[in-house]
Design a protein around this ligand. Structure first.
Ligand code: GLC
Length: 509
């Protein structure tokens, strides 16, 4: 299938999507069974969060074998069936590529501990300072120490997330050969593209100096909350020194021109500028930053991103994921935000279940397994709540997710779910169809005015049509709306718990 310029991508976190075995955990066969629903929404592609062999310390992002399916999710035959069905339905399939690290249970890492120096080069092993302390002051993005002592090697190894995720040295030739082979392995099975995990963490500066403290400006903007000490540093030496973004040219060369490639940028510090660098010609198609979800699609944030990027063609829009609390509220704001996303030019990621307006569920401490959430409980990022399984059926036992016990407790409001199935899902279908048929996804931004409560956006499509969207977030006014007929409005969806002042509509000019 040809590479799509600005696809609508449905993100699937397989563990929480659809269980077919009764073990309470979603699986690949479950994904295949629900592909009709996804294709029916009118998206162009699915992105599967990692399905590879993993001890699941970081929800599957700690990988032992990047080329094999974890038995928890099924078999390679299940995967092949999934890809075949997706293609029959016109959906492209994108896989997650976690290149920054392996699991500490990976045979590569275990061999490096045992003294295999070729394998040791695939990671970052460093001698301690003379006083036994770590080589630099670097921290992991979760706020943990970045360096962990190994008594066998009498060295520290470097991590950017959990201690169980040793960082891969992406400059190492052996690692590069392995990455190219693993991407080809999946493309040979029909995969159409890849989502690259945390591209901003790909490289560090080999001079190995301490990061300086963050200025107040950087402190405010850097990824994470102030409870996370990672925000106290300016990541000069541990994150993408110099022209690090040009590494994306290697990814493009390995994947080829037909593959759709997008990456995750977790650095709030210069996020848009980095996204633009990663998506120069010959690099990735698009990159997403945390600006939009961190601010729940706030109009001023949208305008700031457009101002800094010029166009949004190379920035993926999204509001929820397996890493962010769900943005749904089960009220009028859900439809307004969906319409705003649909008319923003560029690719768009829809997270599983957001078409049901699902709000972020509360979980009890005893139910939470995510180490990042647990570190800062109850003030953490809320990742596990976003991973509570999708409720497919408002009246069925366990909402038809599983015949067993779901791996996280599911407690969704059944009346809200029924209403969303009747109203919000058809609205997503309608606006996804308009987005591609009218060419909003490949349009350019002609004008954008915003404050915290109101976004007023005019776009021009490549066919020369112009559309204006006005979105009021709570208290913004729409007195100056065009006088012509509204093309599509979110206002017809008015659930009972509708807060005043959320409006959104689009006019053809
Ligand atoms: C990405 C993933 C996240 C994971 C982290 C480390 O941000 O989306 O879930 O914890 O990378 O791999």
């Amino acid at each position: 299938m040809a590479r799509n310029a600005a696809p609508a991508i449905y993100q699937i976190y397989p563990r929480s999507f659809q269980d077919t075995t009764g073990n309470g955990v979603g699986d690949l066969e479950g994904v295949t069974r629900r592909l009709d629903h996804i294709a029916g929404l009118g998206v162009d592609a699915i992105w599967l969060s990692p399905i590879y062999v993993s001890p699941m310390v970081d929800g599957g992002y700690d990988i032992i074998d990047h080329t094999a399916i974890d038995p928890l999710y099924g078999t390679m035959a299940d995967f092949d069936a999934l890809v075949a069905r997706a293609h029959d339905l016109g959906l492209q399939v994108y896989l997650d590529q976690v290149l920054n690290h392996t699991s500490d249970q990976s045979p590569w890492f275990l061999a490096s501990i045992d003294g295999d120096e070729a394998m040791a080069e695939r990671y970052l092993w460093c001698d301690p300072k003379p006083d036994g302390t770590p080589p630099t002051n670097w921290l992991s993005q979760f706020g943990l120490p970045a360096w962990h002592w190994n008594h066998k090697r009498r060295q520290y190894y470097y991590t950017q997330f959990l201690p169980q995720q040793p960082a891969l040295n992406l400059r190492c030739a052996g690692v590069q050969t392995a990455i190219a082979a693993q991407m080809k392995h999946w493309q040979d099975r029909g995969v159409d593209g890849f989502r690259f995990d945390v591209v901003t963490a790909f490289l560090w500066d080999t001079v190995m100096l301490d990061n300086p403290p963050a200025t107040p400006e950087v402190h405010r903007k850097v990824a994470g909350e102030v409870f996370n000490p990672y925000t106290y540093q300016d990541h000069v030496y541990d994150m993408l020194p110099g022209d690090g973004a040009s590494y994306a040219e290697k990814l493009r060369a390995w994947a080829g021109d037909d593959a759709y490639l997008f990456g995750e940028n977790t650095s709030g510090n210069h996020s848009i500028e980095l996204a633009m660098a990663f998506t120069e010609p010959g690099r990735l198609d698009a990159v997403y930053t945390t600006d939009l979800p961190a601010n729940r699609g706030n109009p001023a944030t949208v305008a700031d991103m457009i101002g800094r990027a010029g166009s949004l063609q190379r920035i993926v829009g999204w509001l929820s994921s397996h890493d962010q609390p769900r943005h749904g509220r089960g009220d009028a704001s859900d439809a307004v935000l969906a319409l705003q996303m649909a008319v923003l030019p560029g690719p768009w990621i829809i997270y599983q279940g957001e078409e049901y307006g699902l709000p972020q569920p509360d979980l009890a401490f005893r139910d939470v397994t995510d180490p990042f959430d647990l570190l800062y409980w109850p003030d953490g990022p809320g990742r596990e709540g976003a991973r509570v399984p999708v409720p497919w059926d408002a009246v069925a036992d366990n909402y038809a997710f599983t015949k067993g016990t779901p791996w996280l407790p599911m407690s969704w409001d059944r009346a809200d779910l029924q209403r969303a199935q009747a109203q919000l899902v058809p609205f997503y279908r309608q606006i996804l169809e308009m987005r591609s048929n009218l060419g909003w996804h490949t349009a350019s931004v002609e004008a954008c005015h915003a404050n915290d409560d109101r976004l007023d956006l005019t776009i021009a499509t490549t066919a020369g049509a112009r559309y204006r969207g006005i979105f009021c977030h709570g208290s913004g006014r729409a007195d100056d709306a065009p006088t012509g007929n509204v093309l599509v409005s979110a206002d017809r969806l008015r659930p009972p718990r509708d807060p005043k002042g959320w409006h959104g509509a689009i006019w053809r000019l």
